[in-house]
Design a protein around this ligand. Structure first.
Ligand SMILES: Nc1ncnc2c1ncn2[C@@H]1O[C@H](COP(=O)(O)OP(=O)(O)OP(=O)(O)O)[C@@H](O)[C@H]1O
Length: 296
């Protein structure tokens, strides 16, 4: 079966269609279901959020879609990514999808980076593999990738990950994920590990790049305020199940499930506390502003 990128997927075909997704640990009578019956779709250029507390199954859902579950876990149900059923697919079927069909940015950038390789080479690798660039053209594309993630100093290409700040490392991880031009980007708590001061910058950057490239986005976070800035539609996960779904604005205005109501009231309480701490001023500077429109 051929791999369709977002651009080549048939008109109206979603980038991703997940139906009845399960993730289980163990087998047979010993099996425990960690994710149960999750269903959602992401159309080309659409942004969907997965929200829920720690351990609710957000990361496993995303990893299962790309066939990246850790050993000992298995997925059931269906996930059709760029036209390919990934649940039960072989490594040979999955490999071509990783990069062009789906890219990942994780919470901890160091996990995505090779500590022993200069970051420029790490960006060059997917540019070479997926876009066939070589020589001067490749060098130019690496420089462009750095500029795109607002790392303008070309000397940064020669740095090793440990020589960079957390925010710079996450920008490099974003550049690597985007180098293969993924139709769908999964951002799994992409700013949780960063200093508060750089969180808003990295969120703004992601927001802009997703918009510019018309990528689909699956944005994962425990933070409703952040999810509401980045996405228009969300799925609320609790203990491995989707308890509510819908437009962010509706969910915030009139949550149906008590758990969603709790998330909303926590986010409001936090906003109020931050407002108080800031002397009643706007909290937009730290990325928690309530206006989903934002300026990015
Ligand atoms: N390799 C594994 N083996 C067994 N259980 C696991 C494994 N990985 C995760 N789990 C369990 O599956 C559940 C869902 O984990 P998951 O990482 O998807 O949660 P999450 O919502 O992404 O939380 P967090 O924000 O903390 O990453 C948790 O209860 C977790 O303990």
């Amino acid at each position: 079966m051929s791999v369709q990128t977002g651009e080549r997927a048939g008109a109206g075909a979603p980038l991703l269609r997940v139906e009845g997704l399960t993730v289980s640990a163990g087998a047979g009578a010993e099996a425990t279901e960690l994710v149960r019956g999750i269903s959602f779709e992401i159309a080309a250029g659409e942004r969907v959020g997965l929200i829920g507390e720690s351990g609710s199954g957000k990361s496993l859902t995303a990893l299962a879609i790309a066939g990246l579950l850790p050993a000992g876990l298995s997925a059931g149900g269906s996930a059709v990514l760029s036209g390919v059923e990934t649940i039960g697919a072989s490594e040979a079927e999955l490999r071509p999808l990783r990069g062009p069909a789906i890219g990942f940015v994780f919470q901890e950038p160091l996990t995505a980076l090779d500590p022993l390789m200069r970051v420029g080479r790490q960006i060059a690798e997917p540019l070479r593999r997926h876009r066939g660039l070589r020589g001067a053209e490749l060098d130019r594309a690496v420089a462009e990738s750095l500029t795109e993630v607002r790392l303008e100093d070309p000397r940064l290409a020669r740095a090793y990950p440990h020589e960079l700040s957390g925010g710079q490392r996450q920008r490099i991880a974003i550049a690597i994920a985007l180098a293969a031009r993924p139709a769908l980007l999964v951002a799994d708590e992409p700013t949780t590990a960063l200093d508060v001061t750089v969180q808003a910058e990295v969120l703004g950057l992601l927001d802009r790049l997703v918009a510019e490239r018309g990528m689909g986005l699956l944005f994962i976070s425990h933070d409703l305020a952040v999810v509401s800035q980045q996405t228009s539609r969300v799925l609320v996960l609790r203990a491995g199940e989707a308890v509510e779904r819908g437009a962010v604005a509706d969910l915030v205005r009139a949550p149906q499930h008590p758990y969603t109501a709790q998330l909303v009231s926590h986010a409001r309480a936090l906003d109020a506390a931050l407002d108080g701490a800031a002397g009643g001023g706007s909290t937009a500077a730290d990325g928690r502003g309530g206006d989903a429109g934002g300026d990015a």
